[in-house]
Design a protein around this ligand. Structure first.
Ligand code: GLC
Length: 526
């Protein structure tokens, strides 16, 4: 079967506050993004060559959680422009063949959303049951659930002397998806942006939308998780607050709405309780794509990536399509994480070569293509309540004033070291990270084995290497990644080298055994 656009696409995630500031107020905006579309794809080799953009939330929001506390689902935050700037962005992107998906935050609204203002007004307000209100004995909580941002997930509201549920900040009350009126209201929101021409949605915390009907207490972890650093012993397992069977009905409803438009995509931010259950979200009538956080957060070890990849292939079967991501707006950038005990830049290249050659859809986070690192934010400049500012700093376009991001004297978050790392310098440097991304994205598009081929992990590889085969009817490629610092020999991979992390071996013949330097990866054509 022919692949869909979202199966062939390379996605690029843009954090709108930090991409490009067109009006000199120190905050990125939609016109800024439009002005840089040629950088993303102008259909020449000079541009990055991505196919689709995911925009983090652009709706009006009091910004307690930087757009993830929406106060109007059908508007544009004035910091970013207005509806006309959105329409321009969409038109200019589409003109270049770039699709645009937007962020949908259905699990909760801002406490400043008119729905919640009504809901908290009185126990008899028609919007009361749009949110989750519970009464309990004084000094107690309705149950033991924790907010993901720390503390109890319940907030006592003086006016009506009941608690409301918030799985994130108290300014982010959870909607009640057991109420059909809420489901209907969100269907209208989904239609709104699809009618305007958006190509789909990234859906925030999609697995949490439905809660246990009896609100049972959550259990606690008895051991720490090898991949997710904050899943420590003693933290809560969200057994009853996430991943409920009924959430799949809500998702199927969203999908029906999306399917009433042609060719749109739904991408879920999915944290299933058991990784095996990720595939459930990708059944034919559910999401098209879902993020795979076991892969995102895997420690830099062949064994951790192998497990994440093998589990995905084992559980996804033939119909579900994987995604691969290394960084996003919620975690430390991968180049920074990988720098902990090694050469971050070399490792980032190995991991990127992997991300862009696995079978599935890759998502690049703005700035990773130039090797942007987390920026240390002085205390007085911190914005995010839970410390994620470091990976959300302004795009480093040039070594000039304001890093080419803004003409303002000060930007909303501090600029990283734009003199050392920036787009302008890397565009003309054939060995730069940016050149590495540009060439790899093109190879991925042009090589049928990578674009549409089968995938098979090679069992016969050194323990600290990962080797896999991508095969189409016309082409057989072997991808070999060395996660070790020392050189390794790969026996079963001889052929012509078509790509390598240092862009130094292309065209060479590999010999009987393929030699890999430490922190090196290559693609061989058999
Ligand atoms: C998702 C978003 C994150 C946000 C949270 C609450 O995890 O990616 O940025 O804080 O949802 O909406």
């Amino acid at each position: 079967m022919a692949l869909k656009w979202w199966q062939r696409a390379v996605f690029y995630q843009i954090y709108p506050r930090s991409f490009a500031d067109s009006n000199g107020d120190g905050i990125g905006d939609l016109d800024g993004i439009t002005a840089h579309l040629d950088y993303l794809n102008d259909s020449t080799e000079r541009s990055l060559g991505i196919d689709a953009i995911w925009l983090n939330p652009i709706n009006p929001s009091p910004n307690k959680d930087w757009g993830y506390d929406v106060s109007d689902y059908c508007g544009i935050h004035p910091d970013f422009g207005d509806m006309a700037s959105f329409d321009r962005l969409l038109k200019e992107a589409h003109r270049r063949g770039i699709r645009v998906i937007v962020d949908l935050v259905p699990n909760h609204t801002s406490d400043q959303h008119p729905w919640f203002i009504d809901s908290r007004g009185s126990k008899t307000n028609p919007k009361r049951d749009w949110y989750i209100w519970k009464s309990c004995a004084p000094g107690t909580m309705p149950n033991n659930w924790h907010s993901q941002f720390g503390g109890p997930a319940w907030k006592f509201d003086e006016r009506t002397r009941e608690h409301y549920l918030h799985l994130f900040l108290e300014e982010q009350p959870d909607l009640d998806y057991r109420n059909p009126a809420v489901v209907e209201a969100l269907h209208d929101v989904i239609r709104f942006w699809l009618r305007r021409g958006a190509d789909g949605y990234r859906i925030d915390v999609v697995a949490q939308m439905v809660k246990d009907a009896a609100f049972r207490d959550n259990p606690f972890r008895t051991e720490r998780d090898p991949d997710i650093p904050w899943f420590e012993e003693g933290t809560q397992i969200p057994l009853h607050s996430t991943d409920q069977p009924e959430v799949h009905d809500v998702i199927r409803g969203f999908r029906r709405v999306a399917d009433s438009f042609d060719d749109r995509v739904l991408v879920g931010e999915t944290w299933p309780i058991e990784q095996e259950r990720l595939a459930d979200y990708l059944r034919p009538e559910e999401l098209h794509l879902a993020f795979n956080f076991r892969f995102v957060l895997a420690r830099y070890r062949a064994s951790r990536f192998r497990e994440a990849i093998a589990t995905t292939h084992r559980t996804f079967g033939a119909s579900a399509w994987p995604t691969w991501t290394l960084s996003n707006h919620d975690f430390s950038r991968h180049i920074t994480r990988y720098s902990d005990h090694g050469d971050g830049e070399a490792r980032a290249r190995v991991a990127t070569l992997m991300m862009l050659t696995l079978r599935g859809t890759p998502f690049i986070y703005y700035g990773e293509e130039i090797g942007m690192r987390d920026v240390r934010i002085p205390r007085e400049r911190r914005c995010d309540p839970v410390g994620r500012d470091g990976c959300r700093t302004p795009m480093q376009w040039s070594g000039g004033p304001g890093g080419g991001f803004s003409t303002a004297a000060s930007t909303w978050l501090p600029m990283g070291d734009a003199k050392a790392v920036n787009v302008a310098d890397q565009l003309n440097d054939q060995s730069s990270m940016l050149s590495f991304y540009r060439r790899l994205i093109r190879l991925r598009r042009d090589a049928s084995a990578l674009a549409e081929g089968s995938f098979r992990l090679e069992a016969d590889a050194p323990a600290d290497c990962l080797v896999y085969h991508r095969e189409s009817s016309a082409q057989h490629l072997i991808v070999a990644l060395n996660f070790a610092v020392e050189p390794r020999k790969i026996r079963s991979a001889s052929g012509r080298i078509v790509f390598d992390t240092n862009l130094a071996r292309i065209g060479q013949q590999s010999g009987a055994a393929l030699q890999l330097a430490g922190d090196e990866a290559v693609i061989v054509e058999v």
